[in-house]
Design a protein around this ligand. Structure first.
Ligand code: ZN
Length: 312
């Protein structure tokens, strides 16, 4: 039951897409690896930021739903995305963010690792954690941040839950996670032997109000499986435990299944392949709008309705 090998991606809700693009590419130095539309709502972009090669585990993706108000933080939601950076780079990041007018405090230690927390321009809570190398990573040579300091990928996610024990036993018994102790009220769970990119930290707020999605909220966390066989096995285990995973949905760059964990947080199980290179050359990722085949006949109308987006 250890078929889940880490975090695949996190998808969040943004406001204005140009501001979103500017922050993640120009300020955080991530690469736009896919510019697409929300497959259920093609009037909205779906923007993917990752390392230069779009490795699974490195991408944070956004639906810029400009009509939504701010999200309400509460239980049953993922409340922070934690990104990995190399050791001894938080000083650089702290200065860079402050120069951009982003409010940053002093670094703190979390589970023994130096951490800098802040929010993106639309209220999504982020943190940078210094963590040793050892991840799949391709530097974005054309990016604005030098390779030695670039974001390596998603380190962890933070979840608020009303019942820690319920989600803890689900993660351990069904998803194959192990528990790694607690720090400052946060309980750490890891999959696949642990390490950067495999971590869910949970805090219990018993009796607290359920959070709701809005601008700055995490929409879902996707967990990695190597292939469709592993995905099927996870789905069977989910069903046996009483979860109700959706049928497999083909996202072209990976195959996806969605379900709610017992505390209400939306999870996805996504395959590692085929990856972002399937419909664009790696050198040209993110340059043109990519549509699923069934929307291709409407490309002109879709492009005309989307706000224009200038590379930063
Ligand atoms: Zn997803």
């Amino acid at each position: 039951m250890t078929r889940i090998s880490g975090i695949h991606h996190v998808t969040a809700i943004a406001g204005d897409p140009q501001e979103n693009l500017d922050f993640y590419t120009r300020v955080l130095g991530m690469r736009l690896v896919k510019k697409s539309v929300n497959q259920d709502d093609p009037g909205t972009y779906h923007l993917f930021y990752a390392d230069a090669a779009g490795h699974p585990g490195s991408d944070v993706t956004f639906f810029p739903w400009t009509h939504l108000g701010p999200g309400r933080k509460g239980v049953g939601l993922t409340t922070e995305v934690t990104l990995a950076v190399p050791p001894d780079t938080l000083g650089f990041w702290s200065q860079r963010l402050a120069r951009e007018g982003i409010e940053v405090g002093d670094p703190v230690e979390r589970f023994g690792e130096p951490t800098l927390s802040f929010a993106d321009p639309h209220g999504l809570e982020l943190a940078l954690v210094e963590t040793p190398a050892g991840r799949e990573f391709t530097a974005w040579e054309a990016g604005p941040v030098e390779a030695a300091a670039q974001i390596r990928g998603i380190h962890a996610v933070r979840l608020w839950e009303s019942d820690l024990a319920r989600t803890a036993s689900f993660l351990q018994d069904v998803m194959g996670f192990s528990t790694q102790g607690a720090d400052e009220g946060w309980h750490r769970f890891e999959c696949a032997g642990g390490g950067s990119g495999t971590i869910a930290d949970i805090r219990e707020f018993a009796g607290s109000r359920r959070g709701s999605w809005g601008r700055g909220s995490v929409h879902h966390v996707a967990w990695r499986v190597s292939d469709e066989t592993a995905q099927l096995a996870v789905c069977r285990a989910l069903e046996e435990s009483g979860r109700q995973p959706t049928p497999v949905i083909d996202r072209f760059w990976f195959k996806s299944v969605y379900f709610q964990e017992p505390g209400g947080v939306l999870f996805e199980i996504a395959t590692d392949g085929p990856g972002f290179g399937i419909d664009e050359e790696i050198e040209r990722l993110g340059e043109r709008l990519i549509l699923p085949p069934w929307l291709e006949p409407q490309r002109m109308q879709i492009e005309a309705a989307l706000p224009s987006l200038a590379a930063t």
